[in-house]
Design a protein around this ligand. Structure first.
Ligand code: FE
Length: 348
């Protein structure tokens, strides 16, 4: 039996949003705290139940997950977490709430650079932090590196979301991993000098900014191309996607920066093997296929291809620097963003 069942009342008291799955009787249950959304996760949990008989109760959260897990301590009902970005996974590892695990199948199928050497987290999907450029105003054959974004020829032409957003902090941390802090500071000052406006909005808003002509170049995650270009509820986003060309930078050297969504077993898990079993399922070909189809992300295992919209972006060389290594520089990256005043907008 679980220590504690996740009831609606409990979920309400956790302030974590609504409980998607009804709690089933019996001992075959896992409790999952997820920052990933129901449309993506529920089909996977349904399939897991069909295959294993294990019911997964999912608490979908938008924020405050780590604080809650820390507050609950060893009595947390949660067995595992699912989240996006190496930053959030690393925060959980550093807060010492994740258990060290080892799994032959995960070690065999997930490349080393996409998982924690101590088995505290495993990458389950990949996304690239790409460059969106205007189809109209940037020549079709123009190539980019992250470094080139600091080139004065792009002055007044670059849009960005906040430099402090977890996606950008990880990208900047990867620059530190490759070039060191001093060069990365110079680079970030150069990018700031090239900004067209004060950093604002999310990744999709950068594509929109290109569409409306506010700038010609922006940074965003690869899967938003697929999400925007197939958005039937907000068809205006199709135009934003249509206005941009997705460029994978650094193809002549280290490759495009990659980030992950991933999962980890919590120290509070009563049956850590069972929790790890769910992660193994999520890394299996059948689950990887669902992930790729639902959210336009890249699989972490070989032999599963991207969905057809994402496939149109073409094949590319990914940066295979270890994400555990990149994570070490996140604090320094975040500090640099403040120190160069990136979020204040274009410097004169
Ligand atoms: Fe995102």
């Amino acid at each position: 039996m679980k220590k504690m069942l996740l009831t609606s009342a409990l979920v309400a008291s956790l302030g974590l949003g609504s409980l998607s799955a009804q709690v089933a009787a019996g001992s075959h249950e896992l409790n999952l705290y997820s920052y990933r959304q129901p449309f993506l996760i529920q089909p996977l949990m349904d399939k897991f139940k069909d295959e294993s008989g294990t019911q997964v109760n999912v608490v979908y959260a938008k924020k405050g997950m780590l604080e809650r897990i820390k507050a609950e301590g060893p009595n947390s009902p949660a067995d595992l977490v699912l989240t996006v970005d190496i930053g959030r996974l690393n925060d959980m590892a550093e807060a010492d709430v994740l258990a060290e695990t080892s799994s032959e199948v995960l070690e065999e199928t997930i490349p080393t650079h996409l998982r924690d050497p101590q088995g505290r987290w495993y990458g389950l999907t990949q996304r690239s932090r790409v460059i969106y450029v205007s189809k109209d105003r940037i020549p079709a054959d123009e190539t980019f590196t992250y470094e080139s974004l600091a080139d004065p020829k792009y002055k007044g032409r670059i849009c960005s979301r906040s430099g402090k957003h977890v996606y950008n902090v990880s990208l900047i941390a990867s620059l530190i991993a490759h070039h060191g802090e001093a060069r990365t500071r110079e680079w970030l000052e150069g990018v700031r000098a090239n900004l067209a406006r004060k950093p604002q909005g999310n990744d999709r808003a950068q594509a929109k900014a290109i569409f409306v002509g506010a700038c010609d170049i922006a940074i965003g995650n690869s899967y938003y191309y697929g999400k925007m270009s197939t958005n039937e509820e907000k068809p205006e986003e199709k135009q934003w996607a249509e206005a941009i060309r997705v460029v994978f930078p650094n193809q002549e050297d280290r490759g495009a920066h990659m980030n992950i969504s991933g999962a980890g077993v919590l120290k509070s898990a009563e049956d850590k093997e069972a929790a790890l079993g769910l992660i193994e399922f999520l890394a299996s070909p059948a689950a990887q296929e669902i992930y790729a189809q639902q959210n336009f992300e890249y699989p972490v295992i070989e032999g599963v291809s991207a969905d057809s919209v994402t496939a149109k972006l073409g094949t590319f060389k990914p940066d295979t620097v270890g994400l555990a290594e990149v994570a070490k520089y996140r604090a320094a990256a975040s500090k640099l963003v403040d120190e160069v005043g990136f979020d204040k907008g274009p410097s004169s």
